[in-house]
Ligand binder design. Structure first.
Ligand SMILES: NC(=O)C1=CN([C@@H]2O[C@H](COP(=O)(O)OP(=O)(O)OC[C@H]3O[C@@H](n4cnc5c(N)ncnc54)[C@H](OP(=O)(O)O)[C@@H]3O)[C@@H](O)[C@H]2O)[C@H](O)CC1
Ligand SMILES: [K+]
Length: 503
């Protein structure tokens, strides 16, 4: 699904009003009803609800929510902030519609701020997508007060003070929401690690914005949905054999890091590949043959490191390399040779990324449209460079992928997948239990298996990253996040693929 900018959200809003022949007040009512339903599922009417409303339509939503929640037996108080001469039309109508039974107060200075308790539910309706400058003055004082209150804060549409799709200036106060309930589509800001403390757990509620508008709106940013991931899966054919599903080659491992090779091999096999050959240092032979009997094992002449490529590279439909290989100069030479001789797509991870990161020559030799990089943030920084903030990092990623015609899966809470055209997809599966050694090796195995099966590189990234996160989510239901290890992901890959192939 697409992610729209703040400006496009306003256009979608206008297109919806025109297409459905409704007025903006009705759309605001829909938004408020959708928010209130989410709120009712989360909080009981025992809790006191304080709603802080700004001058625009975000504040208008807050006023409509106040009316609806009060009808549903919540004890609601409304606090109005800002110049009452500068309020939006729909804000004004909803203020008039507020029943007299609801206490309301205009906040003129910090001395007016109401006492707040940890048990108070705060709804933040100060600013949404219409924020057009940093939040300072009384609004900033209020935001600081809310942030320090210990109360549970739910933001309507956006945490107030946070820019929707560009870097928020440092001087802006920003609400630190526990929950953000946004309308129709998540906003770009939600996917960036730097905003974790502001956005909290985000949810999207539907308000029926024009699907036709959304379908045609241009956007470089997307997020992955289960429906989309399911559409990517190619069903197995009845009259097929192991040759139908490709032959993967994984170059992994070094002395003391042979476990990375085992993890990549096992996940590759659990992702549907027809045949798998492992090329590992001599010391890995017994380990691989014992731990992964389904894989063929080919050994390097070097005992501890990879120093050469196996014969007959052309027979492999995909090559994965990096997990556990180290950065020995012999390994670097073998990698250089691979980049210039391989005709197959290559998945490049871990130390293979670190090796390429140090050499402009190797970067220049990357085969076009044939490489997927899977860096974690530190490896990304080495490969692409250090960015000032997450928006700049996305921009740098696009430029790198365009320059080298490659794909990058930047691993993290919402792994960001970038194509050579500069389109970015944020993944939506996975959990913090996956922040543990070896889960990256598992991803390399999955992606190599999918590319070997003839998925396009883009399809492999989207499906592979989604399945990897889904396996993590399924594993967390069994072992939780704290006790999770990379092998748990492999154990849950079959279930993940079952979930992606059932309606
Ligand atoms: N399509 C949808 O998703 C719908 C969303 N709805 C809700 O509407 C808001 C967007 O409403 P909008 O009125 O465009 O904008 P805001 O309420 O976010 O803010 C605009 C007002 O705030 C003032 N402003 C802006 N920045 C600041 C600031 N830093 N300090 C003080 N005041 C600020 C601005 O005043 P100006 O001085 O710039 O004129 C406006 O008064 C969206 O987020 C949803 O919550 C609809 O309800 C349904 C459809
Ligand atoms: K808000």
């Amino acid at each position: 699904m697409k992610i729209l900018s703040a400006a496009q959200t306003r256009e979608a809003d206008a297109a919806t009003l025109q297409y459905e022949e409704i007025d903006s007040l009705e759309l605001m009512e829909r938004a408020a009803l959708a928010f209130a339903s989410w709120f009712e599922n989360k909080f009981t009417p025992q809790e006191h609800v304080y709603i802080f409303c700004g001058p625009g339509n975000n504040g208008g939503d807050g006023l409509a929510v106040a009316r609806i929640l009060s009808q549903r037996q919540y004890h609601v108080k409304v606090y109005l902030v800002g110049d009452s001469q500068n309020t939006s039309q729909d804000h004004n109508v909803n203020l008039q519609r507020l029943p007299d039974t609801i206490t309301r107060q205009t906040l003129h200075s910090p001395t007016d701020f109401p006492p707040l308790h940890p048990a108070t539910c705060v709804i933040d309706a100060l600013f949404g997508t219409g924020l057009n400058r940093p939040v300072t003055g009384l609004f900033a004082a209020l935001i600081d007060y809310l942030n320090n209150s210990g109360s549970c804060i739910t933001s309507i549409d956006m945490p107030s003070g946070l820019y929707t799709d560009s870097q928020t200036p440092a001087e802006s106060a920003i609400v630190k929401a526990n929950y953000t309930v946004s309308f129709e589509l998540p906003k770009l800001a939600f996917f960036l690690p730097q905003h974790e403390q502001f956005v909290g757990a985000w949810h999207v509620v539907q308000i029926g914005l024009s699907p036709a508008f959304i379908a045609t709106a241009p956007s470089d940013f997307h997020f992955a949905t289960t429906q989309e991931a399911k559409k990517l899966v190619k069903p197995r054919r009845k009259f097929s054999h192991k040759g139908t599903y490709g032959h993967a080659l994984l170059l992994c491992g070094s002395y003391g890091k042979m476990g990375a090779a085992v993890l990549a091999a096992r996940s590759c096999l659990r992702s549907g590949v027809g045949l798998l050959t492992m090329h590992v240092p001599e010391a890995g032979y017994t380990i691989l043959q014992t731990a992964v009997p389904e894989a063929m094992t080919h050994t390097d002449r070097h005992q501890k490191y990879l120093s050469e490529l196996p014969e007959g590279l052309e027979k492999y439909s995909a090559i994965g390399l990096g997990p556990g290989i180290g950065t020995d100069k012999m390994t670097k030479a073998a990698l250089a040779q691979l980049l210039t001789t391989s005709t197959s797509p290559i998945v490049i991870d871990a130390d293979a990324i670190n090796i390429i990161a140090t050499s402009d020559k190797l970067k220049a030799e990357l085969p076009k449209h044939k490489v997927i990089f899977t860096p974690h943030p530190k490896e990304f920084e080495r490969l692409v460079g250090k960015a000032k903030n997450d928006y700049d990092r996305l921009q740098d990623m696009k430029e790198f992928c365009r320059e080298y015609s490659c794909y990058i899966c930047l691993k993290g809470a919402n792994t960001a997948i970038c194509t050579p055209e500069g389109t970015i997809y944020f993944n939506t599966t996975g959990n913090a239990g996956m922040a543990t050694g070896g889960t990256g090796d598992v991803l390399t195995g999955i992606l190599t298996a999918l590319v070997a099966q003839n998925y396009s590189l883009e399809q492999a990234c989207l499906l592979g990253v989604f399945a990897h996160g889904l396996a993590g989510d399924l594993a967390s239901q069994k072992v939780g996040e704290i006790g999770m290890i990379a092998s748990d992901l492999i154990d849950h890959l079959p279930q993940a693929f079952i979930a992606l192939t059932t309606a």
